[in-house]
Design a protein around this ligand. Sequence first.
Ligand code: ADP
Ligand code: MG
Length: 457
Amino acid sequence: MTGEMRAPAAPITDPWQTIRSVLRAEFGERTFESWLKPLSLVRVDGDEVVLGLPTHFMCDWVKNHFAERLRALWACHAPGVRSLRLIVTQAARAESAPLLTVVPSTPAIDTGDDAELGARLEERFTFDRFVVGKSNEFAYNAARRMAEGGPLNFNPLFLHGGVGLGKTHLMHAIGWAVRQAKADAKVVYLSAEKFMVAFLAALRHKDTISFKQRFRSVDVLMIDDVQFIAGKESTQEEFFHTMNALIEDGKRLVISADRSPYDLEGIEERVRSRLQWGLVADINPTDYELRLNILHAKSEAMPGVTMPADVLDFLARRITSNVRELEGALNRVAAHASLIGHPITLDFARQVLADVLRANDRKITIDDIQRKVADYYKLKLADLLSARRARDIARPRQVAMYLAKRYTPRSLPEIGRKFGGRDHTTVMHAVKRIEELKSTDSELEADIDRLSRLIDG
Ligand code: ADP
Ligand code: MG
């Protein structure tokens, strides 16, 4: 039998999970939710465990109130760990991703002169570390162009694409490159939300003039996630004025959103058309090749970690949602392996990532599978779902049932219903039969392998 069918090994105990449940029980739900749940595991470095929190304030609080207990729990549940360090991480604040957040050690560095206005640039978000593929090369080239000196034939640059595809990374990379070319360049990067908050505060203090001046004195202004200010009239108005003034002064402006300017709702027409004067560059979802290249680049940058090729291939095929999740999955496998001293193998990665894989699998539907299997065997979909028992139809049908079981969370009766109303015992039989045959029939095994790749995308 192949690895696919092997019974799962004993579950890997995750010390961090265990410690978190102990903390929850000891300190109670409220304290846990406020102070301890936001902790993220950054890395284990020799005998030191590094945990991250989103703000300095939280860091100080946790340090003063819980550090000793945390350290003791780590020492008890992860033999080898002796000391504990708390750091402020950007990523800890990120989305409520179910992943263990593991971020590289480099702290964010303040680059802007006007630090209170903008946010810090993440040190690892540079052009060097951005892997270029078909889906993002246009945006990448536009960003590079924006970062170079010299005349620009477009302004602003509007980057858009789904979450976790590298918009923020490219913006920070522009910031770094601009500052590298000209050390005193004034680069301000901030989220649209922060822009809005700052503007509303200025309004309250009747101080919108200096607010404008602050923005207008920058060389490059970058506003991330402007979908947040869509529909917020007063902020939009100010944004528009600032944008116009900057462009007229020949300053560079970079904007990002999760959708194109055409699809931004509640944005005034003149703002929208001004945005469209610039260059609109979209970042598309990744393909397999780009995902694999990203994984190679990221795993090579991990000191002392060797990721076998089959693990990288597996991650690239299975974690298709976005680069953030892909990166998280890779870090998580590495962190778990080093934590419990387990070699990194395909089975190990499967176990560590069970939840992420399920979440990524959910997008594969039985219909998809049926269509792909019918195409692959050059059958009509209707035949695959029919009652016909001819072997050249019955076998592909069994394969499709087997794949439906493997790739979707559907139950046997549900799968049966989707296959022309068959009984769950028929599905069960099909799954068993294919599992058996796969180990003896290499042609069938190859078919299933190719089909798996087609389904993984
Ligand atoms: P977005 O702002 O589009 O939601 P981010 O820029 O925050 O996405 O990217 C999410 C994560 O994925 C970051 O850690 C980023 O470094 C990484 N990432 C995204 N695209 C790439 C890429 N092409 N090469 C390397 N890393 C990438
Ligand atoms: Mg972003």
